[in-house]
Design a protein around this ligand. Structure first.
Ligand code: UDP
Length: 316
């Protein structure tokens, strides 16, 4: 029988940007948390405030290896993976493996503990979408062997493996597709548009917009995203479901750059750099399913979230 005292959660990628915020929220809920991370792109500085917390344990671990034996486990959140474009291109093989071999290891582990599983997938499974906004039922438009495929296709594989375990073994598992997320603890040099533009603006450096800047993205503040992840794991009737999580407020990259320029009162100019290969034109989640199933919607506007993120980078 499961111990009734504390629910036990395993968070892979627990020292990462989203993973560390998830650990904070789980501890606030009274869970005992094991954060697993090989620190390839995560950082111990994201979890140092938790280091002496009695409910928190950090294990430096690469989940592409067989999982270690643990005390009873109730929930497994699989977030481990490089996630920014420069990171997953630098660590292409590691990215492919953590989402394939790593996902299978974690599914086996979850099954052995009769626990619940959540797979952190991505809006990248939609590729450069031909449907707008993207609903969970859309199958996507992905280049299967392009420069982003180590991420897109391994996440698609991870989704397949998760559903295989649901169908073949009756595992209690769900998939969330995470759209662009930003906020404190995203690495300054992560290479994503929000961290790049804010840090360039704060250092009076040229603000780099790739391509013509007419491509769009929809940005979700990290606290909203973590709330969605928790609801996806803990709400009834999410077993076997695929759920988009993101903020549907959609901006072109030039609009975003101008907004950050105004908010930081920077003297930086906007410059246009080449568009990376296979960069999607548009991206905006349809979140009707999350609203109905989880009673979830983002509560932090892009203006408020950017304000908090700018403050964070100013002070770090
Ligand atoms: N981008 C940009 N300037 C930057 C970094 C990225 O204009 O300094 C663009 C990038 O080409 C893409 C969008 O911003 O069209 C979002 O990029 P990001 O890497 O943040 O996320 P993803 O491409 O994974 O959605």
């Amino acid at each position: 029988m499961k111990s009734p005292k504390h629910k036990v959660s395993v968070v892979t990628g627990g020292a990462g940007f989203i993973g560390s915020h998830l650990c904070d929220s789980l501890i606030a809920l009274g869970h005992q948390v094991f954060a697993l991370d090989n620190l390839l792109t995560g950082s111990e500085s994201n979890i140092e405030h938790l280091a002496s917390h009695p409910l928190f344990t950090f294990v430096r671990y690469d989940v592409t290896h067989e999982m270690p034996i643990m005390p009873d486990v109730h929930y497994v959140f699989h977030l481990a993976s490089p996630a920014s474009v420069p990171d997953y291109q630098k660590y292409s093989e590691e990215t492919a493996l953590v989402n394939s071999v790593g996902t299978r290891n974690l599914l086996k582990f979850t099954r052995a503990y009769r626990a619940q599983f959540l797979y952190a997938s991505t809006s990248e499974v939609y590729g450069s979408p031909l449907e707008h906004p993207q609903k969970e039922t859309y199958w996507g438009n992905v280049n299967p062997n392009g420069v982003r495929s180590c991420y897109d296709e391994s996440k698609r594989f991870g989704e397949m493996m998760t559903m295989l375990y649901v169908r073949k073994y009756g595992l209690d598992a769900r998939i969330v597709r995470i759209f662009n997320t930003y906020g404190p603890r995203m690495r300054k040099d992560d290479g994503r548009v929000v961290s790049n533009l804010i840090n360039q603006a704060l250092s009076s450096l040229a603000m780099t917009v790739y391509g013509g800047g007419s491509q769009t993205r929809s940005f979700c503040y990290v606290s909203d995203l973590v709330d969605g992840i928790l609801r996806a794991m803990l709400s009834p009737k999410t077993n076997g479901e695929v759920i988009n999580l993101g903020n549907p407020e959609e901006y072109t990259m030039i609009e975003l750059a101008k907004k950050i320029q105004a908010m930081t009162k920077t003297t930086s100019e906007i410059v246009f750099n080449p568009l990376p290969e296979d960069d999607p034109d548009r991206r905006k989640p349809d979140i009707s399913k999350a609203k109905t199933l989880l009673g979830w919607k983002p509560t932090v506007s892009v203006n408020d979230g950017l304000k908090k993120t700018i403050e964070y980078y100013r002070n770090s």
